[in-house]
Design a protein around this ligand. Structure first.
Ligand code: HEC
Ligand code: HEC
Ligand code: HEC
Ligand code: HEC
Ligand code: HEC
Ligand code: HEC
Length: 424
């Protein structure tokens, strides 16, 4: 029997097609899962919601699609599985994903089936007390930076220099007394340090005048550096990383679980302030997330601090205790006479948080990355172009510049260097 070569090709294409499309689905599913689900789910461990491994064996595809699109509707329809699940997770509400297409949800399922178990002993744990990257902070965690060290070293050098000069003087006068008493001990006279051989121009000076001039030069340099130091470093909190009342980590929340910055800093696009979230925002997840596996079955003491702040009793599940606000220590802080507006930069200027704050999503403890000094603001205003083309905010000005034949305008040219824009 002779099978034509062409037929063989077609047949093998059919056989291979599912392999290719699955690989593609898994890729797409991974992206969708990371963009939408990882803030609450991991494949292999329970987070805010259940571990999704084998979910396709627990429920059929149609159920899962209905659930993902609107889980509350499934619970309301009194589906016994859904009701039990919601009770198990303290009725924390899963976001509805009405905009995901059936095919996209199927891709997510394809990804879940193939997702590898993460390496390392704390699958999905992270480690709340991990403080290693404080040391990545520009100041090494403490508040002593290079300039401070330099000033201290220079000061020490000065004191040591002075002491050695004084001791030298004492030794010389002691030797003088000794040699007059016993001249045979005196060494043969060679040229001294201040005697013409080395520095002929110094030899014309009196030794004391030379020493004092040398010291005055030193003092002058010290003051000069000291002035520059005071001007640029004192009151500038670059690298400032204070301990916070709760061991809250951006590395876990914004990094590992990819929770959007705006979820917590909710006013950053609307107002001048970015705002720090209230503990009720934390409770959206932490009613259920208690990290018990890390503390031998007990609720994490750090998460207990959130409960104490809102007066929540995890045993009775009631909010009946006294409330105590969490006293976060403020890190970034401009003086009162300077005006800075977040929405102007984030929403209108479309600048990423990281440009000014550094890679917050990798910090276990937040530190100040930039100086926040006037020179820093001005430098960026000189370099940045105003994005006028897709910007309603600037429609009128844009038209004006266009009429003048200008295509690009920097923030500086647009008034970003006017004193009154930043100073009241
Ligand atoms: C805001 C948190 C949150 C997000 C985001 C979220 N889920 Fe959920 N999910 C939950 C919770 C909580 C449950 C447990 C049931 C309940 O309390 O509603 C759950 C349950 C499920 C279940 C049922 C699991 C089981 O064991 O039967 C599936 C399937 C599911 N989620 C899929 C997804 C997918 C897919 C995404 C992303 C497109 C997603 N979830 C995003 C919180 C979330
Ligand atoms: C789950 C909530 C949450 C998320 C998500 C979150 N943050 Fe925060 N953020 C906080 C809390 C709470 C504080 C105060 C405690 C601290 O400084 O660590 C804070 C502090 C900060 C500070 C320092 C504020 C100060 O005092 O000067 C900056 C800057 C910041 N966050 C930026 C970000 C950025 C950028 C992202 C996204 C990559 C982000 N945050 C995501 C909760 C969150
Ligand atoms: C969208 C969900 C979500 C929100 C909102 C959230 N967290 Fe978390 N948080 C988590 C997850 C998930 C973990 C990891 C739990 C684990 O390691 O088992 C976690 C871990 C923690 C831990 C470490 C616990 C430990 O001992 O290991 C602390 C502390 C914490 N969160 C504090 C906060 C604070 C404070 C807020 C509010 C500013 C907040 N969280 C908001 C989901 C959230
Ligand atoms: C152009 C630089 C810049 C960008 C971009 C920026 N910030 Fe800030 N941020 C600052 C400055 C400057 C301060 C200090 C403001 C003050 O003291 O008035 C600050 C302060 C903060 C604070 C402290 C509290 C507060 O409400 O002011 C938080 C939280 C914060 N930023 C979060 C964010 C987040 C989240 C983003 C991104 C969505 C972001 N920032 C983008 C420069 C920036
Ligand atoms: C990373 C770059 C960057 C840094 C750093 C920065 N800015 Fe800006 N700033 C911009 C951009 C871009 C705009 C224009 C936004 C727009 O399209 O309106 C802007 C606009 C402004 C405006 C409005 C100017 C106008 O013409 O209306 C003020 C006020 C301002 N910034 C203040 C500050 C202050 C104060 C600081 C320092 C604490 C600062 N900025 C730091 C990029 C920056
Ligand atoms: C883009 C915003 C911006 C503009 C434009 C700006 N400043 Fe400032 N200025 C600041 C900020 C932020 C500070 C506070 C940080 C610091 O101490 O450097 C400051 C601080 C100062 C100080 C206090 C000096 C010090 O070191 O404490 C003076 C004085 C000052 N500005 C004058 C001016 C004058 C005059 C102009 C106009 C030529 C001007 N500024 C324009 C942002 C700006």
């Amino acid at each position: 029997m002779k099978i034509s070569f062409r037929l063989l090709l077609v047949l093998s294409a059919f056989a291979l097609a599912p392999v290719f499309t699955t690989a593609q689905n898994v890729e797409e599913g991974k992206k969708l899962f990371e963009a939408n689900c990882t803030s609450c789910h991991q494949v292999h461990s329970e987070v805010v919601g259940p571990a999704l491994k084998d979910v396709d064996k627990r429920r059929d595809e149609a159920w899962i699609i209905k659930w993902v699109k609107n889980s509350q509707a499934v619970i309301k329809s009194e589906d016994p599985y859904a009701v039990a699940l919601a009770n198990k997770f303290n009725n924390s509400v899963m976001t509805s994903f009405g905009s995901l297409k059936d095919a996209e949800i199927k891709s997510i399922l394809a990804y879940i089936k193939t997702a590898p178990v993460p390496a390392g002993p704390t699958a999905g744990g992270g480690g709340g007390t991990d403080s290693t990257d404080v040391n990545n902070g520009p100041s090494g965690g403490g508040n002593m930076n290079n300039s401070t060290m330099l000033m201290i070293l220079l000061g020490l050098a000065f004191v040591l220099g002075l002491t050695s000069i004084l001791l030298g003087r004492v030794a010389a006068s002691l030797k003088g007394t000794l040699y007059t008493a016993q001249p045979e001990l005196a060494p043969e006279e060679g040229p001294g340090f201040w005697d013409g051989t080395f520095w002929p121009w110094v030899s014309r000076w009196n030794k004391t005048v030379a020493t004092i001039s040398f010291m005055l030069c030193f003092v002058f340099l010290y003051c000069y550096w000291g002035f520059g130091y005071a001007n640029t470093e004192i009151g500038v909190q670059k690298g400032y990383a204070p301990a916070q009342p709760i061991n809250y980590s951006h590395k876990i929340h914004a990094g590992q679980y990819k929770i959007q910055c705006q979820y917590c800093h909710s006013t950053v696009e609307k107002s001048k302030q970015a705002s720090i979230p209230s503990p009720s925002t934390c409770m959206n997840c932490h009613v259920a997330v208690q990290a018990k596996d890390k503390y031998a079955g007990k609720i994490s003491p750090e998460i207990m601090k959130i409960y104490n702040a809102v007066g929540y009793n995890p045993e009775t599940k009631k909010y009946d205790g006294p409330q105590k606000p969490i006293k976060w220590v403020r890190i970034h802080n401009l003086p009162d006479f300077a005006y800075f507006n977040h929405s102007q930069h984030v929403k209108v200027g479309k600048i990423a948080c990281q440009k000014c704050h550094g890679d917050i999503q990798n910090m276990s403890v937040v530190y100040q990355k930039n100086t926040l000094q006037m020179g820093w603001c001005i430098e960026c205003h000189r370099e940045s172009k105003v994005d006028m083309a897709n910007n309603k905010y600037y429609e009128k000005i844009h038209a004006k510049y266009k009429a003048l034949g200008k295509k690009e305008v920097s923030v500086a040219e647009n008034g970003g260097l006017d004193c009154s824009k930043c100073h009241y």
